[in-house]
Write a protein that binds this ligand. Sequence first.
Ligand SMILES: Nc1nc2c(ncn2[C@@H]2O[C@H](COP(=O)(O)OP(=O)(O)OP(=O)(O)O)[C@@H](O)[C@H]2O)c(=O)[nH]1
Ligand SMILES: [Mg+2]
Length: 573
Amino acid sequence: MNAAGRRRSGGEVGLSDRVEALGRAVELADGRLDETAVAGARRVLDKVEGRQRHGTDHTLVALLGATGGGKSSLANAVTGTTVATTGVRRPTTSTTLAFTWGPDETGPLLDWLEVPNRHRLEAEGGAATPLDGLVLLDVPDHDSVALANRQEMERIAELADLMVWVTDAEKYADKAMHGYLRRLREHGGVVAMLLNKADQLTPADAERLRSDLGQLLADDGLIGAPVLVASATVGQGVAEVRSLLARAVAERRAMVERLAADLRTAASDLLGELGPGANDRGDGVDEVPRKVARVLAADLVEGSGLPAVLDAVAAGHRRDAAARTGWPFTRWARTLRPHPLRRLHLGRGSGGRASLPAPSGLQRARTEGAVRQAVRAVTDPLPHPWPDLIRRAATPDPVVLADRVDQAVAQAVRAETADQPGWWRLANGFQLALAAAALVGALWLTLLATGAWLQLPDVPTPTWRRIPLPTGLLVGGLLLGGLLTVTAGRLARVGAARRRRAVRKRAEEAVAEVARDLVVAPLEAELGQLHDLRRALLAAGGTAAGPVGANLVEKSRSERHKSTRFGREDGAA
Ligand SMILES: Nc1nc2c(ncn2[C@@H]2O[C@H](COP(=O)(O)OP(=O)(O)OP(=O)(O)O)[C@@H](O)[C@H]2O)c(=O)[nH]1
Ligand SMILES: [Mg+2]
């Protein structure tokens, strides 16, 4: 493979990587960045795909410029024909005319270009010429009074591989033209300027204007675009124009360079929408700092009304303990009031949605404020428009968030209050036995008292260590029952405190999980998407992801300095 071939294939590989990167970027930018900018990038992708389909065998050169500059005259001069209509009536050209050189294979390309007016040039005897493969387009004026002319000019200018702007002493500083050129600042490698009507200038004036025009182009950002001086009607400089065209055809690089410049522009436009990078490393923070996540979880817990739930857990535990282990004669009184947990629909066996105490305005504000703070902790260090983009994507629906936090707390309560301590059963057994003993003692004494009252003969009462058994049963049952009640109450208070801690811990863990699901993970996902988008845009522009300081425009400029221009002297052909 010769040097030009090697370079060409290298360029094409680079281009397809960039196309792919821009495609990825467009997908990521969709719905995030300005619609018009995204649509512009999509158009570029379509165009690149369309142009690439027709290969590098032909080089599309458009003659562009203000009306009367001499585009049609130049086309005639280069072709040695009078096919293009020239004239003093302005504007003259209103439809694009294509001149083609070489074998008649340009049909599909010109169909894609939608240019029906075609004129094919053939060397005598069909001999090959240096211009074979050239498609020269005589285009309507760019500053036209006719809208259709302007639209056609813009359409062709977007599709051409090379743009040759034709101007003259009168119009070379024209604002409209330079305004247009400034938008082509990535395209310095595929723009040439031609100062026409040199026959009306002294050589010194022509040289001065050429240098003026060069300066204006540099001011427009078009570094390195060549400036030729010619006269289409007299034929001066036309040979230079031909050799510039021949070089472009031979190098076959114009198409790739043009498309690369288009990709750079589209990428740079979207990067402009995306603002500077997230940090000075360019890849930004991808993670929500742990501390932010912790504070968020803690704030959500506070906003969830957990303290009231914990009170209910503790009160419920004490109440259940009393109902199971308290003095059997009075424990029923405990069940008269509703159970504190069941009041919150959190009791055992109650599934479904918990009705925690409705969050107060303050609690709600606290929850929403907590999310806002977490989002801001991540987005504040970022430049516009990142904060908005991230906030939009990563702020959860407050209703959903409140509901999930509610569920998390409810599950924690259910899980931690499902079992009753084993000692309750034991204590309950003792309580029942003691109550039975007291009851038996009381009945027995009642019988004895009734017998005495009826003057019945004494029945000997059994004693235990000189204590009459019925009295022992009654007093012992009551005393020990009372003691057990007090002790069980103490134990229940300790158990309630422990249960309260367990519920708090489990609820905090569950709420932290919710915070991760609904806030932290979406935040990190969005950050990741934005960094991916940025990396894709840098790749599409031909800059590897790296320091933001290595700004795309700077990089691409230096790249352009290195790149081959069709106007330079060491053409590879
Ligand atoms: N003196 C002089 N006149 C020229 C030269 N080139 C073009 N003209 C004249 O300028 C006028 C406009 O030329 P065109 O070639 O029609 O210009 P154009 O840029 O195609 O104009 P539109 O089609 O309207 O955009 C004609 O009268 C040409 O004869 C030149 O090099 N020297
Ligand atoms: Mg014309």
